[in-house]
Design a protein around this ligand. Structure first.
Ligand SMILES: [Zn+2]
Length: 201
């Protein structure tokens, strides 16, 4: 990877042998491996048996989970907050596991819509709850740095399964509890990714 990064620097018009760039290929390789470490993550190792039988059927919410991902269209970061809710059927998952599941899928080349779905599907398949909902709001540097559209806007995506999909009241309760920073109204709870990077240019 380091040779490729030296080549890239040269293509950009830089001198890869100047002092400030000498160790850059090594650092970039290390950074990229960390930022895409989610490919090597193993769900079973992350969950590690932290599923517990309970008699509890109220909404469990983990909100404001910070996440950092990389847009697959431009290889630039997008980052923001992820909010997860589920209603247990008879199992709950250790709360610390949810941010780790978010990391597992964030640390890959992604589009925000797929990332949101993968987190929701994984929680659905692992916890088998009555319903699960994931809402993500993110800033895309490929848009803000390049001056595309509104530079301070968030892209909001959501995925709803089970009772969150079927019951408006449950969905509204969750959306009310997370109070999106972006001020997206509850009426727009369905995937509203118009501001996410579409990779058109
Ligand atoms: Zn992009």
């Amino acid at each position: 990877m380091q040779d490729l990064i030296r080549q890239l620097l040269a293509e950009l018009g830089e001198d890869p042998s100047r002092e400030g760039l000498l160790n850059t290929p090594k650092r970039v390789e290390k950074a990229l491996k960390f930022l895409t470490g989610g490919y090597d993550a193993n769900l079973d190792e992350i969950v590690n048996g932290a599923l517990f039988t309970v008699d509890y059927s109220e909404m469990v919410i983990v909100k404001d989970i910070d996440f950092y991902s990389m847009c697959e269209h431009h290889l630039l970061p997008f980052f923001g907050k992820c909010h997860v809710a589920y209603i247990p059927s008879n199992k709950v998952i250790g709360l610390s596991k949810i941010p780790r599941i978010v990391d597992m899928f964030s640390r890959r080349l992604q589009v925000q819509e797929r990332l949101t779905n993968q987190i929701a599907d994984t929680i659905r398949d692992t916890v088998r709850p009555l319903g699960v909902s994931v809402v993500m709001e993110a800033t895309h540097l490929c848009m803000s740095m390049r001056g595309v559209e509104k530079q301070n806007s968030f892209a909001v995506t959501s995925a709803m399964h089970g009772v969150f999909r079927d019951q408006v009241r449950t969905r509204m309760e969750f959306l009310e509890l997370i109070k999106l920073r972006s001020g997206v109204s509850a009426a727009r709870e369905s995937t509203s990714a118009s501001l996410a990077c579409m990779g058109e240019d």
